[in-house]
Write a protein that binds this ligand. Sequence first.
Ligand SMILES: Nc1ncnc2c1ncn2[C@@H]1O[C@H](COP(=O)(O)OP(=O)(O)OP(=O)(O)O)[C@@H](O)[C@H]1O
Ligand SMILES: [Mg+2]
Length: 310
Amino acid sequence: MPGELGLLRILAQRIGAVDERERCGGARFAGEGITVRRAARAALALIDSLRLADPIEDLLPADKVKTHFLLSAHAGARRCVLKVYGSPRPAEAAVLRWWAQHALNVVPVEAHADDDVSWLLMPFVPLRHALAQPFREREVLSLTREVAGLMARAHTLALPPAVALSRSSDALHARQPATRQQPMRPGSRADPRADPRADPRAGSREGLHGGVLGGAFAEAAARALDTDASAVCLHGDLSMDNVKRTGDGHLILIDPCGYLGPAEFDGARWIARWAQRGIEARALAAAWQDGEQDVDPRLLLRLAAEESML
Ligand SMILES: Nc1ncnc2c1ncn2[C@@H]1O[C@H](COP(=O)(O)OP(=O)(O)OP(=O)(O)O)[C@@H](O)[C@H]1O
Ligand SMILES: [Mg+2]
């Protein structure tokens, strides 16, 4: 197979890093070695069956430890990107395709499948950062308005068909210390009984950053996330890494988790991440509301506070 040696080197390096983390990181990372190997086997088979060729490059930053692969390769004269997970993650491709159908600017999905593992084939799109560094507050707030406007359009769409989105509250529960977790709802994605392939760490691991908020506050935020009445399809992981610009200067969304939850969740994650970099949360929330006027300002700030404490 062309490119086999380079590809094997990429796979081996990433598997080694995951093994190291599993060895040293304790229960939180248990089982990741199996997941990354499943992804590696699938990547090898896909490079072959999709007839992808050299040069094959690793698009993930060298210092990130991931259980999936993101490879740039050539299909004929064209450069494309193959993303391969070691478990089923059907929401990412489903949400990207649904949003593309509704003229939202997202990275296109050319092919995908979701069986034992999920994979996506995309064209290689030249992407640049949405903001030049060093960041200035005024520019961050202006970008926040722009991203909120984009998400306001996404949040008004119906749910994508034929995919069960996990709840944003499950994402939050999975990061809570065990003592503050709410009981799992039978059949929820965080309930390992519901799906034997679900994250075995959910429900037992320590919160990633330690919990410092009062339990009542956290539970109120989680309850707000569980509200079905206003649940929409969320990006779920809005950050500077997942909001880029194309060559013509337009914003483009990549890498959605595709959660189901209140629209405020997306703004809250964005605000929390910028607040951690020193931008004032209330100014960010006001800017977000300029772009997405329907959000509840109290819920936006409450979820942002919860997010930034995790
Ligand atoms: N279709 C694409 N064309 C060109 N570059 C891409 C494409 N998809 C992803 N990338 C590049 O790879 C980087 C990581 O992509 P992506 O966010 O999908 O991966 P990830 O593994 O989920 O990373 P993270 O966990 O850091 O969000 C992006 O920031 C972008 O620079
Ligand atoms: Mg990403």
